[in-house]
Structure formats: C-alpha cells, structure tokens
Design a protein around this ligand. Structure first.
Ligand SMILES: NC(=O)c1ccc[n+]([C@@H]2O[C@H](COP(=O)([O-])OP(=O)(O)OC[C@H]3O[C@@H](n4cnc5c(N)ncnc54)[C@H](OP(=O)(O)O)[C@@H]3O)[C@@H](O)[C@H]2O)c1
Length: 309
C-alpha cells in the first residue's frame, strides 16, 4: 500500500485526507506543529484502521524543521502538500515577517518537499503527489492579498511538472487539488468571516474525492471537487480581468473592513500584524490573543467586513 506523508494533518482538510488514506490501508507520516493533535489522530487511525501512523511535529516555515520533513518525504510513496494558510489583510497593510511566513508555508515548503520526493519516486517507478491549491489561484478573487498568488504557485508547479514527457511516460503522477470554500479552521485563522454555507464543501467530502483521484491508474493533473467549483474555477480562468473590478464579483481587501483606512506601517512596531495559520490549542479553533505568537491585533480581525470570494 505504501506510506503517505501528509502536511497540515493536525486538523482541517489534512486530517480528513489522512483519514481517507488510512481507510485505503496506507501507513502515514503526519506533519504539523500541533504535536498533541497529531498524536491523537495517529492513535485513532492505528486503532480504527490498523495502519502505522508516525507523527512528525514540525513548523514548515522553519528551515531546519523543513529539512527533517524533506528527509521523510524522500521515502514516501505519497506526498500530500496540504499545510497552508491565508493572510486576510491587503498586501500594503501586512508586516513583511507575516508575508514571509505565508510564502514559506504555501510556496517554499511544498516546493522543497516535491524536490525531495519526486526523484526518489521516479527511481522507484511509483508515487503520487497531491498539492492542495485553491480557486483563488485561478484568478484575482482575493484582491489586494498575496494568498492567491501563493496558491497559484502550487498549481503552476504541478502543471509544469505533470505535463512533461518524463512524467507523462512515468507511473509517478502529480495532482493539484483546486478547492473552493471548505469547512476547516482556515477562515478563522486568516481573520476573515466563515464562508457562505451555500458555497461551502464538507472537508471529508473533498478529502475523499482527492484521495480517490490520486488512486486512479492515471490521476488527473487538476482535481476540482464539486461541479459548482469546476464551473466557477473554469469561469474565473477566462473572465476578463477588468470585470473582476466590478463590485461584488471579487473581494477587494484594500477597500473594505476595519483598518482599511489605516496608513501603511507594515514593518514598524505599529504595523498591522496578521497571523499566518496562527497556532491555537489543539483543535480548539480559537485565534491567538493580543499578545499571540504573531502579534495578532484581534480588534482588527474581529468583525472584518469583507466577504470571502
Ligand atoms: N478551507 C478552505 O476554504 C480552503 C480553500 C482553498 C484552499 N484551501 C487550502 O487547503 C489547505 C488546508 O487548509 P485548511 O482549510 O484545512 O486550513 P486549517 O484548518 O487552518 O488547517 C491548516 C493545517 O496546516 C497546518 N499548519 C499551519 N501552519 C503550519 C506551519 N507553519 N507548519 C506546519 N503546519 C502548519 C495546521 O496545523 P498546526 O497549526 O498544528 O501547525 C493545520 O493542520 C491549505 O493549503 C489551504 O490553503 C483551503
């Protein structure tokens, strides 16, 4: 069956992907910062599914931690680059340190892990890589933020590698999971309101669809769970960009929400800080407080006025 390494497995979509992989008999290496949540999930999967689940607590924005995970990814049969977070604040109002962490998590870490895993998979003649991206990668719907651009990297890298002659002739396959709104802690952690219920997909559903897709003999290069989001992502790719400037078609993070009129002070002490996947207690779903790890200013994230794309 082979071993699957899943990043961001402590809760949210990553935990559900780990559950779906365990249901197919895969042993697991579970990666995230929350060691207790990982331990609980590993014990649960071992008891219920009878698989071997090892935990590898790591902060993927830390270079040394990332290298430890890369060593583990080298031997994995399946790599799931799922860990990610958004910054629900416009680019000119973030601190550079937060942007850097967001890019390290959404861009550098997946690239590093693919770089570690892919050559070994090609040598073994087997392997699957799943990169969790977003419909925000298909067009500027999170306007003013760098999140869509960061998620576009994973989608572009997947396509760039998957369509090569080398990969097309190989049993090794890469798939980008292009997600719309999905139940998880993502929105709360980005400091934005929950997604609209009508547009929200259940995390176990998208996880099952993704895992089913990578188990096909020829996995798709992109997997968009649900017809709604297939249509939306397709439309978005082809919508003339100037239409996305019309009110209501996209979220402009520069013009709405508390703090939008705040002068840019990005790298000063007073600069508006925003958590990047800020740590909460294991699975508790609370945001970090005023003196939190990344200096969150909760008064600014509470009641944030923008709608999610
Ligand atoms: N939910 C949505 O609507 C949606 C839509 C489109 C795309 N996505 C993408 O889906 C993926 C999963 O997100 P989610 O919705 O499940 O969000 P989530 O509930 O916030 O889960 C994020 C996961 O990433 C881990 N993580 C965050 N920062 C980390 C770090 N520095 N090092 C290691 N692990 C870290 C978290 O664990 P710890 O805090 O324990 O480290 C957690 O396991 C992300 O790539 C996101 O961009 C989500």
């Amino acid at each position: 069956m082979g071993t699957a390494l899943v990043t961001g497995a402590s809760y949210g979509i990553g935990a559900d992907i780990a559950r779906a992989l365990a249901a197919r008999g895969h042993d697991l290496i579970l990666v995230a910062r929350g060691a207790e949540s990982l331990d609980r999930l590993a014990a649960d999967l071992a008891a219920v599914r009878g698989v071997r689940a090892r935990t590898l607590p790591a902060d993927l924005t830390d270079g040394a931690d990332l290298e430890r995970v890369a060593s583990a990814a080298y031997g994995a049969d399946i790599l799931v680059n799922n860990a990610g977070a958004g910054l629900g604040r416009s680019f000119e109002r973030t601190r550079w340190a937060d942007e850097q962490r967001m890019l390290d998590l959404n861009v550098v870490a997946p690239a590093r892990l693919i770089h570690a895993a892919l050559p070994a998979m090609l040598r073994r003649g087997d392997g699957r890589i799943l990169n969790v991206s977003s419909v925000a990668a298909a067009g500027p719907v999170w306007q003013g933020t760098s999140y869509g651009a960061a998620k576009a990297f994973g989608l572009a890298l997947t396509e760039s590698l998957a369509y090569t002659r080398l990969l097309r002739a190989s049993p090794v396959a890469l798939t980008a999971l292009v997600l719309g709104h999905t139940t998880s802690q993502f929105h709360e952690r980005a400091g934005i309101p929950p997604s609209p219920p009508l547009l929200t997909l259940a995390s176990p559903y998208v996880a099952e669809r993704a895992v089913r897709a990578i188990h096909r003999r020829r996995p798709p290069v992109t997997c968009v769970p649900s017809l709604r989001y297939k249509l939306l992502a397709g439309l978005l790719r082809h919508t003339p960009r100037r239409l996305l400037a019309l009110p209501g078609l996209a979220d402009d993070f520069t013009t709405a929400g508390p703090g939008a009129d705040r002068p840019a002070a990005a790298d000063t002490e007073a600069g508006a800080a925003q958590p990047v996947g800020a740590r909460t207690g294991p699975g508790e779903g609370r945001s970090v407080g005023a003196d939190g790890e990344y200096g969150v200013l909760p008064a600014e994230t509470r009641g944030h006025g923008e709608r999610q794309p």
